[in-house]
Design a protein around this ligand. Structure first.
Ligand SMILES: [Zn+2]
Length: 220
């Protein structure tokens, strides 16, 4: 069962198209996996549509179904809808099923590269930016403690990991601001996540600080 969800504030911004396309991909994928947030988004869209009708805006003569459809369509980048479908991700001989919103990534998914600590990453090209990555942590892997100059959103697609704060499983969405430090790690189970960063990682502890030059591997 999903324990961690985007805040209502983030869902409102998502619905209103106020987030960048890369963060939309992560939140949209969570919504694909989470009936609770799918319902919340539907409620928000209905409220927005009603408010627009009541305010006598340019939508006043449009019927509500059409308007809802417009709002729904506006949340998916149009170019992405034309991409060939990708139903699973292969890595290290393993096959991962991915939710429908990731099924349209196609050629946007870059090559896998290994980073220190039994961790692999593959960048996702969203409008020329690479601040979303698929991150795969093998069983028993750890990412050194790090903080961020900006925010980090992580969605668990498959498997589980833990940090100082909690354990996270399929569908959990974790949003950390720039003041949080954490060191994600896996136990017996491996973990595939979709991770969004708005600024490079800063590793903070011991020898991991030497890894800071590698933080460009996660963000470029
Ligand atoms: Zn949710």
């Amino acid at each position: 069962m999903i324990k961690f969800h985007p805040t209502e504030e983030l869902l409102v911004k998502y619905t209103q198209g106020e987030l960048d396309a890369s963060l939309c991909l992560v939140i949209g994928t969570h919504i694909d996996m989470c009936p609770v947030c799918a319902n919340t988004v539907k409620d928000i869209e209905e409220q927005v549509a009603k408010r627009a009708l009541n305010s006598g805006s340019r939508f006043a003569n449009t019927d509500i179904d059409n308007m809802l459809e417009q709002i729904m369509n506006s949340s998916a980048p149009e170019a992405m809808l034309r991409e060939p479908a990708l139903k699973e991700v292969m890595l290290e001989g393993k096959q991962f099923k991915v939710p429908p919103s990731l099924g349209r990534l196609g050629s946007r998914l870059g090559p896998w590269s290994k980073v220190p600590g039994s961790v692999w990453r593959a960048p996702v090209d969203i409008e020329g930016q690479h601040n979303v990555n698929l991150i795969y942590m093998a069983a028993g892997a750890s990412v050194p403690e790090h903080t961020h100059r900006g925010s980090e959103a992580t969605l668990v697609l498959n498997g589980s990991f833990a940090d100082e704060f909690d354990n996270y499983g399929d569908g959990d969405f974790i949003y950390l601001g720039d003041s949080h430090r954490h060191s994600p790690q896996t136990a017996q189970e491996d973990c595939l996540t979709l991770a969004w960063l708005d600024a490079p990682l800063q590793f903070t502890s011991g020898i991991a600080r030497l890894l800071n030059p590698f933080s460009s591997l996660f963000f470029r």
